[in-house]
Structure formats: C-alpha cells, structure tokens
Design a protein around this ligand. Structure first.
Ligand SMILES: Cc1ncc(COP(=O)(O)O)c(C=O)c1O
Length: 401
C-alpha cells in the first residue's frame, strides 16, 4: 500500500491565543468600522500601521482591505493614469495584472529567467518599447531578482519601482527587507500569506505626498488623523480634494488579529525555511531531472512554498503527475495547465490584457509545479511529502530510486 499524505494544503496553523483574545475584545466592543476607534482607544488599524512601519523600516504604512487593493492604491497614489503602460513580470498571479487593469492602466509583461525572476535584459527592452514609467515588480512565490540591478535599471530609465511583496514579507536581499527597494511596497495578509487576517493588505512608502493620497484613496473621508503613520497636514491640502474614496482601509478586527502574528513573524520565517529545506533536498535527490530554482546570491527568501520544474516532462507527463499525486493526497499546482484552475493561472488566461509574446516564460511555466507549505505541516510531514513526490516523479521519469 503506497504512503498517502493526509494533511490539508489549505489549513494554516492556528492563530495565536493573543490574536483570538484581541478579536474577542473588538467584537465585544462592537467598534468594527475602520474609523471606529474612540479617543481612549484609537483602534487596532492605527496600531498595526505603526507596528508594521517600524518592523518594515518604512516611514509610512497604510492598512488596506486586501493586497490587491494595496496595489491599486499604490498605483493611483503614484499618479498612474488610465491608459498608462505599467511593466510587470509575466509570471505572477491574477491579482497583479488585475490591479493594473482595475485602475485603467495597461500591463506590459516582461519575461522571466529560469530562476523565476524578472529578466533584466527583457525589462530594458520592454521599458524602451512601451515607454512605461512604472514597474510593478512581483516577487512571485518569494523569488527575489538581483535587486541591485533592478534598482540601477529603474534609476537609469527614470522608472518608478513598486514592489509586490505578497510572497516576500520577511525576505531580504543583501540584508535589506523586500519592499524597501522602490517608491512603495504592497503586502497581502490573506490567509495563505505570511500573516493571516482572512483578507487584508499593507502599503508602505517613504513618500509623504504618495502616503497622503493613499490615505484619502483608502476611504478616510476627513478622518485622516486617525491613521497610525501620517505625513504633515500640508501634504493633504490637495489630495483631500483630488483623490476619490475607494473605501478600502482595513477594519479593526483584522488589524487586531495581525498584531500578535507580526510579533511571531521572524520565528515563522525560520520554521518555513526548515520545511522548505526538507522538501527541496528530497527533490534534489532526483538530480538534473528536477530543476529547483536557485536563490540569487544575496537573496534570503521565505520558503512558504516550493517550486520546481521537470523540463523533460511532456504535458501528458505533467498532468499524470498531478493526477497520481492527487490520489496520494497531494494537491500540486501546475502553471502549464491549459485552463486556469484553483488559484493558478498564467498570462495566456488573462484575456482582459492585450496578448503578449513571452516564449521563454511559456517554456518555463509549461513544466513548473508549485506546492504550498503551511506551518500546520510538521517537519515529519514534509519528509513524507518529499518521499511521495520523489516516488511519483521517479515513476513517470522512469528513474530507479
Ligand atoms: C503575487 C500576488 N500578489 C498580490 C496578491 C494580492 O493579494 P490579495 O489576495 O490580498 O488581494 C496575491 C494574492 O494571492 C498574490 O499572489
């Protein structure tokens, strides 16, 4: 009887007791609205904004209703207008091109390298051909590009860099936290990210004018003094008349749940990296059959998910691997699938964009697999997971192991 995996890939670890107590306090007090604080207790959203700005090392933080909303706000707060081209990597998830499109701008997709990061040569070419002045760089699945090169390129080309850190909260490049390389950064606190409030997002910046616009956009009405990190009042003089209200600031309940998780984030990062190492080293036993993307020198990622390619597999082999693993309890996502499925889609499925030729990205995605590693998995669970993956890949690749 072959071994099976019985844990759920969508079950995150339990929230810390402090988060549950804080949530109960808010529920008991019924001050749930994003501006529901009182003079004595200004509210958890404010507190979270201060704590996250400090943790991230940014001047300002705005807590938002979702990571996708944080991205939309970051684009609008940086004066992206309808019809503007916005560069982004061709390998990301649907909320990224979706946010660009939602503000009326036009995603310009850039190829990736075999290490799953943006291809700087193609970035240069696409920046020149499109005339784009903004790069929304998605650190997709935690893979950090050579940020020194990206920052240099953006500065040479006069491009404003916004980082999508939905998968890199806590990751660093040369010791600098992801999110601190550009003009703004966006994080997600959706259940499957590094801290969990169901839905939620965080926007950070050091630019006082962009922050003032972001606060008004997030739906502050004229309550902008009820935010945790604020520029001087003078920065609101024009934004309070010019920016529409998108009603998308985070409410106090979600912020209260996140605060204790932020305190435990560094430990969670270490736990994820241990789990990643177990699964990655099992896969590495298969030698060149399986390509595990290398972290670039200087990049320290958070191993909350694992990606690998099996370059010699046909589509039929890839589909068989998914089926066989499903029978053994493992839900493996595959970026080469013809149809968008579950959370996984690729640029070919985003028909609201002009279709764009990305042959290298397509080659890479055609055999790219993806697995979440929630912290509800023990290290032993990850050992079992690695064993089953190796077993099924070996069968299809006909490797004796
Ligand atoms: C790469 C990436 N960026 C941004 C987001 C947006 O986050 P949210 O789900 O909080 O809107 C997601 C969510 O899955 C994501 O995967």
């Amino acid at each position: 009887m072959p071994e099976s995996f019985t844990k759920s890939f969508t079950q995150q670890e339990a929230l810390p007791p402090e988060a549950i107590q804080a949530a109960n306090r808010i529920l008991g007090g019924a001050r749930l609205h994003r501006y529901g604080g009182s003079t004595e207790d200004p509210g958890a959203a404010m507190e979270l904004e201060r704590a996250f700005a400090k943790w991230q090392g940014a001047r300002f933080c705005l807590a938002c209703a979702s990571g996708g909303q944080a991205i939309q706000i970051s684009l609008l707060a940086n004066l992206v207008e309808r019809g503007d081209p916005v560069l982004t990597n061709g390998f990301t998830l649907a909320p990224v091109p979706g946010a660009i499109r939602a503000v009326g701008a036009c995603p310009v997709l850039v190829e990736i390298t075999d290490d799953l990061v943006i291809d700087c040569k193609h970035l240069l070419a696409k920046a020149k051909s499109s005339g784009a002045k903004v790069l929304l760089l998605s650190h997709m699945r935690g893979h950090l590009a050579d940020m020194t090169r990206v920052v240099e390129l953006c500065s040479d080309l006069g491009i404003l860099l916004i980082e999508d850190c939905a998968h890199t909260m806590g990751a660093t490049f040369r010791g600098i936290k992801s999110g601190n390389f550009g003009s703004a950064a966006c994080f997600s606190t959706q259940t499957y990210k590094h801290i969990n409030s169901g839905e939620g997002g965080l926007f950070t910046t050091n630019n006082p004018d962009a922050m003032a616009r972001a606060v008004i956009l997030s739906g502050s009405y004229m309550n902008y003094d009820m935010h945790g990190t604020l520029p001087d009042a003078a920065h609101f003089e024009s934004s309070k008349y010019d920016c529409p209200n998108l009603s998308s600031r985070m409410d106090n309940l979600r912020a209260a749940i996140l605060l204790p998780q932020l305190l435990g984030l560094d430990d969670a990062v270490a736990a994820w990296n241990q789990r990643y190492q177990i699964v990655a080293s099992a896969l590495s036993k298969l030698g060149p059959t399986v390509a595990i993307p290398d972290s670039l020198p200087g990049a320290d990622r958070v191993g909350s998910s694992v990606q690998f390619r099996i370059p010699d597999f046909s589509s039929h082999d890839c589909a068989s691997l998914q089926d066989r693993l499903r029978e053994r309890g493992i839900k493996l996502a595959w970026f080469g699938k013809g149809e968008p499925t579950g959370f996984t889609s690729s640029h070919r499925h985003w028909r609201y964009l002009d279709s764009q030729l990305l042959p290298n990205t397509d080659r890479i995605l055609s055999t790219l697999f993806d697995l979440r590693l929630p912290l509800s998995f023990s290290k032993d669970d990850c050992t079992l997971l690695g064993r089953i993956l190796v077993d099924e890949i070996s069968r299809i690749a006909q490797i004796g192991n």
